[in-house]
Design a protein around this ligand. Structure first.
Ligand code: HEM
Length: 464
């Protein structure tokens, strides 16, 4: 199939294409629909297939629109670092903007720079390490709530419960301890939002259904309640000159720079951090315990490490770095199930990537899911092997072969925080519970806002 752009090109455009770099290789797909059917069936399996068949940069057709997948580490570096000025974040994320507003995840240019600079101090290593006791305490409180379900002896879907742990950690990190009473109301609103938030269609004919009036009403109501919670936190923080949490850090920055933030801007910043932070970490914990239950010999090693390093105590700044295998197991989980399984950019000008032409306006996709399965860097890619992340094996791979947190100037601001929160969560779990997949439960990954198990993750949880 020809590119639709080429089909409608003017003579001047034809003259230009005669001298420009070639188009990348890739599947032609079906007339009019391109590769839509395969993408909608399961985009990640499609990306894995085409990256292995056609190479590090592939052109395919999303309907009639030429779209590009970049999976080779060197080309990812070119896209996200060397040519960063030629791309912006994907316009398609604007859907998400209705929820999170103009926050760090979606902003561009000067607004982005200011937001990144003002949030950065909240994510400093020393600040995160100072919160270790609070993180452990919050995880413990949530684990206490698991006990009744564990005592019942019945298997249950662990996914929403991991999500609650992440949410309570993120809430505390963002709004500060002083606003802890808002955690439960926010969790409740989020549950409602997730129930009614539109999900992408999964079949070629399944266009986005118009939401029913009830759905629109529920969504509006939940968004208004979410706003109430965050505006209440902002009001309190201003009144008490709060220093705690990302909210306190932003207010500090406001004092230092002597420029007052609008409440709306603060709200957008905080909701963005919240939304970017909770589902991502929760999904890693869910998939990690699933994989450990499938490989008891690795699980035994992780449990033994936690027991010997911590001797029953929660991790602190000294013991955290000693949980080496635990950390590598988390890394391996993020290789196999990267929560941000793909992200994308839009070219703001014509570009040449890896010797291939990328036209202005094209969408360029980076799929950690596919890059993390390139057999050149990851032999036996579906196997779960934390030892891939031993230093000597890391040294043999290009850095961009592993990009769960993205790369370049838009790299995840919460990477350090997420790693610490996850390590503490996993360690506290290992000190208390063993999780076994319920044998009758079939696990299949489906892409949503993060990569999720289609029917949840039903596990039998035993006290140790
Ligand atoms: C395992 C957990 C996480 C994963 C895998 C993850 C992944 C990512 C990725 C891949 C990006 C880059 C997207 C792109 O380039 O288009 C990103 C950006 C971002 N993440 Fe995370 N994230 C995680 C946790 C968090 C947490 C805990 C927070 C904050 C509390 C956070 C806040 C953000 C923000 C604000 C950005 C945008 C940064 C910018 O554009 O300057 N993330 N994340």
């Amino acid at each position: 199939m020809n590119s639709p752009d080429a089909a409608s090109a003017t003579p001047a455009e034809h003259a230009r294409t005669a001298t420009r770099a070639p188009d990348p290789p890739g599947p032609e797909g079906a007339f009019h629909f391109g590769s839509l059917a395969e993408i909608r069936d399961n985009p990640m399996d499609f990306y894995v297939r085409i990256s292995q068949k056609y190479g590090g940069i592939v052109r395919f057709f999303y309907g009639k629109k030429a779209t590009y997948l970049v999976s080779e580490p060197d080309l990812i570096k070119e896209l996200l670092i060397k040519h960063r000025e030629r791309y912006v974040k994907n316009e398609r994320y604007k859907e998400l903007q209705r929820l999170i507003g103009e926050g760090l995840l979606l902003s561009e240019g000067e607004v982005w720079q200011r937001q990144r600079t003002s949030s950065m101090p909240a994510f400093r290593r020393e600040r995160i390490h100072a919160q270790l006791p609070v993180i452990a305490q919050l995880v413990d409180e949530r684990l206490d709530k698991w006990q009744a379900m564990v005592d019942s002896g019945e298997p249950f879907d662990t996914e929403p419960h991991f999500s609650e742990i992440s949410q309570s950690l993120i809430c505390d990190f963002i709004l500060g301890t002083e606003n802890r009473d808002l955690t439960e109301p926010i969790l409740e609103v989020l549950r409602r939002l997730m129930t009614y938030w539109p999900t992408p269609p999964r079949t070629i004919l399944g266009g986005y259904k118009l939401p029913s009036p009830k759905t629109v009403r529920e969504l509006k109501g939940a968004l208004a309640d979410l706003d109430d919670c965050f505006y209440e936190a902002i009001r309190r923080a201003r009144a008490s000159n709060q220093e705690d949490g990302a909210l306190g850090v932003l207010l500090q920055h406001e004092h230092e720079s002597q420029g007052r933030y609008e409440d709306q801007e603060l709200r957008d910043q905080l909701v963005t951090l919240y939304m970017a932070g909770f589902e991502t970490s929760a999904s890693v914990a869910t998939w990690l315990f699933y994989r450990l239950s499938l490989q008891p010999q690795i699980r035994d090693r992780v449990y033994a490490e936690v027991a010997s390093v911590l001797d029953g105590s929660p991790p602190d700044a000294e013991t955290l770095p000693l949980l080496d295998l635990t950390k590598r197991s988390i890394q391996e989980t993020m290789r196999l199930y990267p929560p941000a399984y793909n992200f994308s950019r839009i070219a703001v000008q014509d570009d040449v990537l890896g010797g291939y032409h990328i036209p202005k306006g094209a969408m360029v996709i980076v799929a950690p899911w596919a890059t993390h399965r390139l057999t050149a860097y990851w032999p036996d890619p579906e196997g779960f092997d934390p030892d891939r992340f031993l230093p000597e094996r890391n040294a043999k791979r290009p850095g961009m072969a592993y990009i769960p947190f993205g790369a370049g100037h838009r790299v995840c601001i919460g990477a350090g925080l997420a790693t610490v929160q996850l390590t503490v969560t996993v360690a506290r779990f290992c000190q208390r519970y063993r999780l076994d997949l319920e044998p009758a439960h079939h696990v299949r990954h489906v892409p949503g806002t993060v990569m999720r198990p289609e029917n949840g993750m039903v596990m039998r949880v035993l006290s140790i």
